[in-house]
Ligand binder design. Sequence first.
Ligand SMILES: [Zn+2]
Length: 880
Amino acid sequence: MALPAIAVAQDQPEVVPEIQPEIPPQAVAPTATSFTPAEGEVVPSDPPPIASAVSNAIGAAFLTDDERRASRVYHGVWTEADLATPALRAQAALALGNWHDASLDEHSASVEDRAEARVLRGEFAEAFELLTQTDSLRASRLRGEALEALGRSEEAIAAIKPALDQLSDPDLPAEALLEVVRTWRVHTRLKGTMGEALDEYKAINALLQEARNHDKLAWPIRLAEAQLLVDKDNRAQGGEAALEALTLNPRAAQAWMLVGELAVDGFDVDQVESVAKRLELNAGGSTVSSAAMLARARLRLADAEGAELALAPARERYPKAVRLLALSAAAAALAYDEPAKQRWLARLAEVAPGSIEGVLAVGSALAEARQYDLAPPYLLQASTRSPYRPEPLIELGMMSLQAGRDMESIDALTKALKLDPFHARADNTLKLAQILAGYDRVESEHFIVRSTGPMDGLLAGEMLPLLETMHARVAGSAEGGIDHQPRVKTVIDLMPDDRAFSVRIAGVTQIHTMAASTGPCIAMSSPREGGGRRVGTYDWLRVVRHEYVHTVTLDRTSNRIPHWFTEAAAVFLEDAPRDLRTSEMLNEALENDALFGMDEINIKFIRPKKPIERALAYAQGHWMYEYMVRRWGSKAPLDLMDRYAKGERQNEAFAAVLGVSQDEFFSDFQSWAREQAIAWGLGQRPGEPTLRELLKAEMTPEMKSPPPISQAMIDRWLAAHPEHPEVLRSAVQLALKSNGGEPTEAMVPLLERLAAARPVDDLPHRMLSKLHLASGAPQRAIAHLEYLDIREQYTAVYAVELARQYASLRDWPKAMEKARRATIVAPFAPANRELLAAIAINAGDLALAERQLEALTIIEPDRQQHRARLESIRQKRPSR
Ligand SMILES: [Zn+2]
């Protein structure tokens, strides 16, 4: 099984979606639909193969039967017959996560095992009571944990002192050392590290390593190492260590738990389900760990109902387990069920008055759901009550940066890193927040753009007026506008390279996108070639517009909008026609009954099974949104948004606003979509054979496959079906093939027929523009170049050609508009600036020309010629 190396590694789409940005986990919008897979679908994870050293040790000839039995139990490879005594049964039950097994109440079971089960079940007073009888290191650690939960910190610190005093004893046996390390973790939670954090962490690591060298088969040591690594945000190595622990004990529930929790962090929902299933199979029913990982995964998808469904059966068994109560409160918080949340928090306070798990879980879930105002009080409360724990501060710091509250972020992360100098994401985020604080800022009525360096500074200044025009469209009330003003100015961070961009949007490296919105902040990668950028130039205005729709819809709904819906609105408001590939993908999914169901589409943005699924999710969402606007008007989506803002779920909101259930919506949509696909020239037209059928009819009985398409066939088919889109396309392809791929004047009528029959096909427009440009009347290419330009997102070639053509017609306004577009798509290409300057001079707009020459002095500072020309134009307009 593959562990997620880093929380956010995501596949790149193989088909370029209509809009590029992938949303990293931290920036995922909440969804109101439930993600609950059908029963029976989940395959339990298999443990890695057991280490041969373990098999050898168990099989060693010198062992007595009892020793062999004990060894099998220790390594999790026992059979029923091995569990001959209550003590062995209790030990096995504890390892499996089966904490309510009857053996754990038997007096002959070890007192520590019984007490540990009680601590894990949330029966702290009972655990404490049992432990009065014993004085082992493990007992002292368990006493500390019980007292910690009961809120008796001072007593807890006193209780663990004897164990900690042995921290420097180099001769401790492995088991004892492990307990000392566990006790140290209790101490760091209660009082921080005892000395300098860095030294202490290194010392603990060294101890564990030494212990492992002593006893390579001691799985609890490997597990402790795994835990320590995960604590310090080293997930990759932590995952490896947890898997290694499973090779030493394939039934160790705590190792499975770590594997599952890492999968939650990596948004690997399938893996979480599989690991949870494995835990449940091993324990013979719901466990705290399996329920908690399932609930956390579903909370990350904003599926509060699914989380509660996962928690309920485990809570039956373990009504006082702290983790379950904490996550129950978080699920209630995400369902915006205030009374239920209060109830769970109160219950938790009864069981474990000293625990901050409840407020931390609520605060973290709200932070992840981008409830920027609701989350901080809980996180601050957690931090105040447990001032030595870094987690609440890390959550707060990461969230604050996404919320555009840089100073709060810097403050929280600085404090967190004092407590935990090893947390990689916190460290990255703090460094970035400090860098951002030093960026240059330019500001307009609705936007703040931050950038660094003269090139991006140039772009930032040029962005503002364009952004304001875009704002009027997106936030305005004209057809399809969101009709909502965000409460605060939107901050747009122009990041100089991919790495800075990744950290900006997620606090982790390794996400490669161009732009992302976290609500009040939009981060974008500078549209430049080279310098470690995956995407070079791109139509940043279209991309930022897409992101700004997220900003506005998230604001209108207080971040309570289904993921597919904010994406759909965003693509819709790009106001650009879909391209051929997207249209074909949609048509194919429609014909193969492969469109996503209303419960399924949200997850496809976050965790697609195949790369193409994410592209399809964007395209399908857009298509459904378009259908909604056509049938119910452009106010319908806004009314839905207002209902989501109140916490209403999708199905109820659909019924109230659209008068249909989501299933009815989906089936009506598909009928409409079929007509659309036909209008695009892609869907099968009633009463007309498909190309495939036409070809089949050409086959003689002795043919094994259809014959190649010939001109004679085409002529016959077209005589019968003169507007057949597929036949016309074949006709064009055949004609092109016969002329080495080049179009001829004679093909013009055929190309025009194809353009009319397949309006989504760019091929005839590419060929026609090529032909016309080479002819004596190049302006005839304009319509076709416009067709191509509006669909183009990565290069300015069509815009440049259009500008030239309009200029030759002396249509200066249009020439300027196109030359300007070229400077948007490729702002740092000198030729585009030259072109716009020349056109602006011809059009008499000397100010615009001057700005282009100024830009050139920034883009190419070493070329004296730019300065000279700038001086000369300035002299021409002295009154500036
Ligand atoms: Zn988006």
